[in-house]
Design a protein around this ligand. Structure first.
Ligand code: COA
Length: 259
């Protein structure tokens, strides 16, 4: 049982709701530690196919780090908290299954960084995105300075991080920060639809595809190509590959086992 998170499963799709609505789901130390424990569980769940992350209430996805806890954060604590959260967000990014952020409102600071650690983002028309850390006299510490430019380009990331200004859902869509914008009442359906589509694909192919695409953001292209070809070769050994190819040639729908 978690105090700051709600985790439920609908068939093979997990839904994680960040649950501190009275603080706009701000990330506290307690929340970080609960998230780490939940990830221990999720990393071992072989039945899980896709994870959706959203925020509680209709106002915020996550409005950043808990600013109350920033009061006592000195350099030593800043380094520790930043490394801890970078690691946790990287575990989300590299979870064996795809992770979809369903952004239901403000995604600010650490909330933007959490959304960036997810593999795909959908949001409501009311969502707003921003990196307001600089206004508090600090800089992002949970991976934002590295993930944001990779996703939206250097210039746009610089502008967001240097000004701290928020952008709305349409602008986020325009610059490629989110994949889809929907009315608020349709958000979870849209996230679910995407999750179910991915969950219907051969699980091992999905897993290795995610790993190969994630690698494109790190290191050089030659080692990315090498990893891609090894993972491609690995998928060629699976029963699902035999089934997928046969199903296409026999003009029928494939039945996949994750083997
Ligand atoms: N940390 C702690 N508490 C937060 C918070 C945060 N990051 N963001 C919001 N809250 C709290 C507010 O203090 C308020 O609590 P209270 O009711 O006990 O006073 C409650 O959540 C509601 O927020 P409020 O500011 O009243 O809502 P609003 O609609 O006027 O403004 C925001 C919404 C998101 C624009 C505004 O809350 C905000 O700017 N939050 C901080 C964002 C930020 O700088 N994040 C980066 C931190 S590194």
């Amino acid at each position: 049982m978690y105090k700051t998170l709600i985790y439920e499963k609908k068939d093979d799709i997990g839904i994680l709701t960040v649950n501190r609505p009275d603080k706009l789901n701000a990330i506290s130390n307690e929340l970080t530690s609960e998230l780490s424990s939940l990830l221990d569980e999720l990393e071992k769940d072989d039945k899980l196919r896709v994870l959706i992350i959203t925020g509680s209430g209709d106002k915020a996805f996550v409005a950043g780090a808990d600013i109350q806890e920033l009061v006592d954060r000195d350099a030593r604590m800043g380094r520790r908290v930043s490394r801890e959260r970078q690691e946790i967000f990287s575990r989300i990014e590299n979870l064996p299954v795809p992770v979809i952020a369903a952004v239901n409102g403000y995604a600010l600071g650490g909330g933007l960084e959490l959304a960036l650690a997810c593999n795909v983002r959908v949001c409501t028309e009311k969502a707003q995105f921003g990196a307001p850390e600089v206004k508090l006299g600090i800089i992002p510490g949970d991976g934002g300075t590295q993930r944001l430019p990779r996703l939206v380009g250097l210039g746009r990331a610089m502008e967001m991080i240097l000004t701290g200004d928020f952008i709305d859902a349409q602008e986020a869509y325009r610059i490629g920060l989110v994949n889809k914008v929907v009315p608020p009442e349709e958000l979870m359906n849209a996230a679910m639809e995407l999750a179910q589509k991915i969950a219907s694909r051969p699980p091992l192919a999905v897993r290795y595809a995610k790993e190969a695409v994630n690698r494109s953001q790190e290191g050089d292209k030659a080692s990315g190509f090498a990893l891609e070809s090894y993972l491609h070769a690995l998928t060629c050994t699976t029963e699902d590959k035999k089934e997928g190819v046969a199903a296409f040639l026999e003009k029928r729908k494939g039945k996949f086992k994750g083997k």
